[in-house]
Design a protein around this ligand. Structure first.
Ligand SMILES: *[C@@H]1O[C@H](CO)[C@@H](O)[C@H](O)[C@H]1NC(C)=O
Ligand SMILES: *[C@@H]1O[C@H](CO)[C@@H](O)[C@H](O)[C@H]1NC(C)=O
Ligand SMILES: *[C@@H]1O[C@H](CO)[C@@H](O)[C@H](O)[C@H]1NC(C)=O
Length: 160
């Protein structure tokens, strides 16, 4: 497994420029994505098959397949219908997905008082929440919460 202990500081604020981080004062919405530093993985809203629902997840980006190979899904039980009015952001100590009425429908569900500083998508496909700098210990990581459910129309790849 590739380990990135030292991530360069990325001061790129615009998500469309390929940032790998969502900071506490930012959110992902609509067609915005974050991309891991070396471009292996991308995180954002995607559709499974031809359903009209959207999920937020991580897909393999290096070799573009259609449909993309999805490796992790956050809200697999609670898809949303309008990605442009939904937000994926840090809120009240957690990473949450807010639906069209600003209601949290998925969360990292940690009991915590401190708000994480950032969410970083690493080049091994791991999404990590950090309190401090990029070298600090993750307080939550997607590798600890793997997705086992196959989504119709999407290939679910395995990391390895
Ligand atoms: C992303 O969404 C914006 C706003 O709706 C739109 O103008 C733009 O063309 C979209 N970009 C892509 C790559 O789909
Ligand atoms: C939508 O999905 C169904 C079931 O997977 C499939 O039979 C159908 O051909 C699809 N329609 C389009 C337009 O892709
Ligand atoms: C958002 O989620 C809440 C709680 O599940 C639900 O009551 C509400 O109808 C949802 N909003 C939309 C627009 O789907």
């Amino acid at each position: 497994m590739g380990i990135l202990l030292l991530l360069c500081f990325s001061l790129i604020i615009s998500f469309s420029s390929g940032a790998d981080t969502i900071y506490a004062n930012q959110f992902l919405s609509g067609n915005q994505t974050i991309i891991s530093k070396d471009g292996n993985f991308e995180l954002g809203f995607f559709k499974a098959g031809n359903s009209s629902n959207y999920y937020i997840g991580i897909w393999y980006k290096k070799v573009p397949f259609n449909p993309p190979t999805v490796v992790w899904v956050a809200n697999r039980e609670t898809p949303i219908s309008d990605r442009f009015s939904s937000k994926f952001k840090l809120k009240d100590g957690n990473l949450v997905l807010l639906n069209e009425s600003n209601t949290p429908i998925w969360s990292t569900n940690m009991i915590s008082t401190a708000t994480p500083a950032s969410v970083v998508l690493h080049d091994d496909g791991n999404l990590v929440l950090l309190y401090g700098s990029s070298s600090s210990t993750p307080i939550w990581q997607s590798f600890d919460h793997p997705t086992h459910t196959f989504l119709p129309g999407s290939k679910l790849g395995l990391l390895g």
